[in-house]
Design a protein. Structure first.
Length: 108
């Protein structure tokens, strides 16, 4: 099975440049900010293309149903641990945490 993100990019090659730029800009950003950017992009897209509340609700429900299916496909249903089905082509880096503890200080 192919990585769904790579598959989506191959189906719409004109977004590859935008995707690569976005990935570079998100590197090192707190994960909460990444989630909010993604949600804001979804909300903006739905508001621009869906004229009614019922239509918008349908789009959100369908989108998140499909999203949940893709995410859960990465995890074993019995153990709950990640599967090694897809090659990991995306990498998020946690920001560096400076230890400002007064108890555990560095010794010269």
């Amino acid at each position: 099975m192919k990585d769904p993100i790579i598959e989506a990019l191959e189906k719409a090659p004109n977004v590859t440049e935008v995707w690569n730029t976005l990935i570079q800009r998100l590197e090192g950003m707190p994960i909460e900010h990444v989630y909010m950017i993604a949600v804001n992009l979804i909300v903006h897209g739905i508001r621009m293309t869906t004229p009614s509340r019922a239509g918008a609700e349908f789009v959100v429900d369908d989108l998140f149903r499909r999203t949940k299916d893709v995410i859960l496909a990465h995890y074993d249903s019995v153990t709950g641990k990640p599967k090694a089905l897809f090659p990991y082509t995306q990498m998020l880096k946690a920001p560096f945490l400076v230890n400002e503890s007064q108890v555990f200080t560095e010794k010269d």
